[in-house]
Write a protein that binds this ligand. Structure first.
Ligand code: ISL
Length: 559
C-alpha cells in the first residue's frame, strides 16, 4: 500500500515557525532546531511552504528563483541540513511547487518583458489591449482588480490570476513544461519526498480567454475559464511520465472547484497522476457566494451541510481516489475559531475537530499551531496585518466601496489569512520565544497561555491529544481503509459515523454543540466495544458533553 495513505502530514509556514538569527523572520535553521518538537508530536511527513528566493509580495508564493533558498530563510546548506535531520528522525519532507505563476522578478519574466521577440516571451500569457486600451477581458485577480497588467515597455497586457507581481506561466508552451520538470528533478534528486502543488488545476486556461458572461462585479474570478481546463490532465500525465513516475513521492494537488468525480481523475489508484488533492467544498460552506468578495463573508453553516458534503466525498472517493483531510492551512482562518468554539470550549472543540480529521478516510493534515489549539487574532489596526490579500481587500472595501471601518475589520478578523500566520508561540517569554528581535507580524496576544511549552507540560492539552490521535491512526487499519457509513443522518448536533474493515469497525461520535446531548437511544454500541480516545478523558458520562468526541473500536457486523 502507498505509504502516504497511512501518513499524517504537518504543514510548516516557515516565516512564522522559528527565527534563529533575530531578524524577526522564521528560518530553515529554526525548523531544524525544532525537529525534535515535531518528532515528539509524531507526524510522518512535513510539508514546507515555499522557501525559494522570492521578493515576498505573496510570502514566497511569488518565486524569483526555483533553485535558490530565500536569503531570509537561509542557504542551500541549511536546507540540506534540514532534510537530513528530517530523514534521521524517520520523517519525510515535501516542498511546495508553485508553477502556475512565477514572480515578476524571475529571470524568465524579466526576459519576457524585455521585448516582444524575446525567446522567453511565450513563457507567459500576453494579449494586446482591448479596443478601448483596457484589459483584454474582464477576468479578475484573486487578490482584487483586473487579472491583467499592462506592460508599458512592450505595450501588451500579461495575465496574473493572483497579484500583478505573479505573472501566470504559459503551460501551452512546451519549453515551460520542460523547465518545470527539470526543476522538479533537481529537488527530488536532492532527496525530497514529494510536492504540494499550488493551484495545480489552474494551469490550462481556456485557449480563447473569453469574458465571464454574467457578472455583477467588474472583475469576476473566471473560474469556469481557468479551472480544470482542456489540457490540464494532459500536462499532468506528461509530468508523471517525465518526473513523478520515476520516484516514490507524495504529491498533493491544490484543486479549488473540483468535485468528487473530477477528484478521481487526479487520484485514481490506476490512472491518476497525483497521490491526493485538497478539495475546497468545506471551505466554501460558510461563504456567501453572491457577495462581491465571497471569501470575506461568514455565513452560518450547519452540521447537516458539513455532514452531507464530507459524506459525499467519503463515499465517492472510496476505492476510487484519495483525499486530504484538513480544516485549516495558511490561507484560511484558524479551524477552532471557524468551525469550533474559541471561547469556553476552545480545547474541547479543537480536539473534536482533530478527531474528525483523524477518523475520516484520507490523509490528515495538521497546520502549524493547530496542535496547540491556536485561535484567530483581532488586531485593532489594519497596520498589524501583512497579507497582500487582506491589505487589498481593506483598500477596496474601505475606499472604493466606502464600507465602514468596523464592518471591514470584522470581516478581516473572521476570514483573514493572517489569522493563521501569526508567529508560532514556543513559550510564554517575550514574543513567545519565536524571535529575539521584532517579529515580522505580531503574535497572537494569547501566547502566554497558548504555547508549545505549556502544551507539552499539560497531559490534557490539545497537543497531547494530537499525539494520541496520531498513535491511534497508526494502530488501526480501519481508519485508513475502512468504508465510511454515516449514522443518525438527521441528528441536529451529533455527527456519527463508522469506518468498517473486515471484522473491525471504528465508531466516531462527535457533539458539535455547546449543549450536553443525551446519548441517542437508537445508537447502540456492539458487544465488546472499547473506547479508543475521547476528549473528556477515558471514562465518559453516557451523555455527550459540549463538543465531546469519542471514538470506539468494536466488532463489525461481518464478524
Ligand atoms: O480559488 C480559491 C478559492 O476558490 C483560492 O482560495 C485559491 O485557490 C487560493 O488562494 C490559492 O492559494 C495558493 O496560491 C496562492 C497563494 O497566495 C496561497 O498562499 C496558496 O496556498 C497563489 O500562489
Amino acid at each position: 500500500m502507498s505509504w502516504w495513505k497511512q501518513s499524517v502530514v504537518y504543514q510548516i509556514y516557515p516565516r512564522s515557525f522559528k527565527d534563529t538569527d533575530g531578524d524577526g523572520i522564521g528560518d530553515l535553521r529554526g525548523v531544524t532546531e525544532q525537529l525534535d518538537y515535531l518528532a515528539r508530536l509524531g507526524p510522518d511527513v512535513l510539508w514546507l511552504c515555499p522557501v525559494y528566493a522570492s521578493p515576498n509580495v505573496d510570502n514566497g508564493y511569488d518565486i524569483s528563483d526555483y533553485r535558490a533558498i530565500m536569503p531570509e530563510f537561509g542557504t542551500m546548506d541549511d536546507f540540506r541540513a534540514l532534510l537530513a535531520g528530517v530523514h534521521e528522525r524517520g520523517m519525510r519532507l515535501i516542498m511546495d511547487l508553485v508553477v502556475n505563476h512565477t514572480s515578476d522578478q524571475h529571470e524568465w519574466f524579466r526576459q519576457a518583458r524585455s521585448a516582444r521577440d524575446n525567446p522567453h516571451r511565450e513563457f507567459y500569457i500576453w494579449r494586446p489591449p482591448a479596443a478601448d486600451g483596457g484589459p483584454p477581458n474582464n477576468w479578475g485577480s484573486h487578490f482584487g482588480g483586473s487579472a491583467w497588467t499592462l506592460d508599458e515597455g512592450t505595450g501588451e497586457y500579461y495575465l496574473h490570476l493572483f497579484a500583478p507581481e505573479q505573472p501566470d506561466l504559459n503551460w501551452a508552451h512546451p519549453p515551460v513544461r520542460q523547465a518545470v520538470y527539470d526543476m522538479m528533478r533537481f529537488w527530488v534528486d536532492l532527496g525530497i519526498d514529494g510536492f504540494r502543488m499550488d493551484t495545480i488545476n489552474m494551469l490550462s486556461k481556456h485557449p480563447d480567454l473569453p469574458d465571464v458572461a454574467l457578472t455583477s462585479t467588474p472583475y469576476p474570478i473566471a473560474e469556469e475559464h481557468f479551472l480544470n481546463g482542456p489540457h490540464l490532465h494532459e500536462y499532468l500525465r506528461e509530468m508523471k511520465r517525465e518526473v513523478l513516475s520515476h520516484y516514490d513521492l507524495l504529491t498533493v494537488g491544490e484543486t479549488p472547484g473540483v468535485d468528487p468525480v473530477q477528484a478521481t481523475e487526479f487520484t485514481h489508484p490506476d490512472r491518476g497522476t497525483l497521490s491526493m488533492i485538497f478539495q475546497f467544498d468545506h471551505m466554501r460552506l460558510d461563504t456567501d457566494r453572491t457577495h462581491w468578495a465571497p471569501r470575506w463573508t461568514s455565513t452560518p453553516w450547519t452540521l447537516a451541510d458539513l455532514r452531507a458534503l464530507l459524506g459525499r466525498w467519503q463515499r465517492e472517493l472510496h476505492g476510487r481516489g484519495w483525499n486530504s483531510l484538513y480544516l485549516s492551512n495558511h490561507d484560511v482562518p484558524r479551524m477552532v475559531s471557524r468551525f469550533g468554539n474559541d471561547g469556553p470550549y476552545r480545547a474541547e472543540s479543537a480536539k473534536l475537530l482533530a478527531t474528525l480529521l483523524f477518523t475520516l478516510q484520507g490523509t490528515p493534515y495538521i497546520y502549524q499551531g493547530d496542535e496547540l489549539g491556536m485561535t484567530n487574532v483581532h488586531f485593532a489596526s489594519i497596520g498589524d496585518y501583512r497579507d497582500v490579500d487582506a491589505l487589498n481587500f481593506y483598500r477596496e472595501a474601505r475606499f472604493d466601496r466606502q464600507l465602514d471601518e468596523a464592518e471591514v475589520m470584522a470581516m478581516i478578523w473572521r476570514k483573514s489569512r493572517d489569522n493563521a500566520r501569526t508567529p508560532f508561540p514556543w513559550n510564554a517569554s517575550a514574543n513567545g520565544g519565536f524571535t529575539t528581535g521584532v517579529p515580522w507580524m505580531p503574535l497572537n496576544p494569547n501566547y502566554p497561555q497558548i504555547n508549545a511549552e505549556e502544551a507539552q507540560r499539560d497531559p490534557a492539552s490539545v497537543y497531547a491529544y494530537y499525539q494520541q490521535l496520531i498513535r491511534m491512526r497508526r494502530a488501526h487499519a480501519a481508519l485508513v481503509d475502512g468504508r465510511y457509513d454515516a449514522l443518525l443522518d438527521d441528528h441536529p448536533s451529533l455527527y456519527v459515523y463508522t469506518r468498517t474493515l473486515g471484522k473491525t469497525q471504528v465508531l466516531t461520535v462527535l457533539n458539535f454543540s455547546t449543549q450536553t446531548c443525551a446519548w441517542p437511544s437508537d445508537l447502540a454500541l456492539r458487544p465488546g466495544a472499547q473506547q479508543l480516545i475521547g476528549n473528556y478523558g477515558p471514562e465518559p458520562a453516557l451523555d455527550l458533553r459540549p463538543y465531546e468526541a469519542r471514538v470506539y473500536l468494536q466488532p463489525s457486523a461481518a464478524s
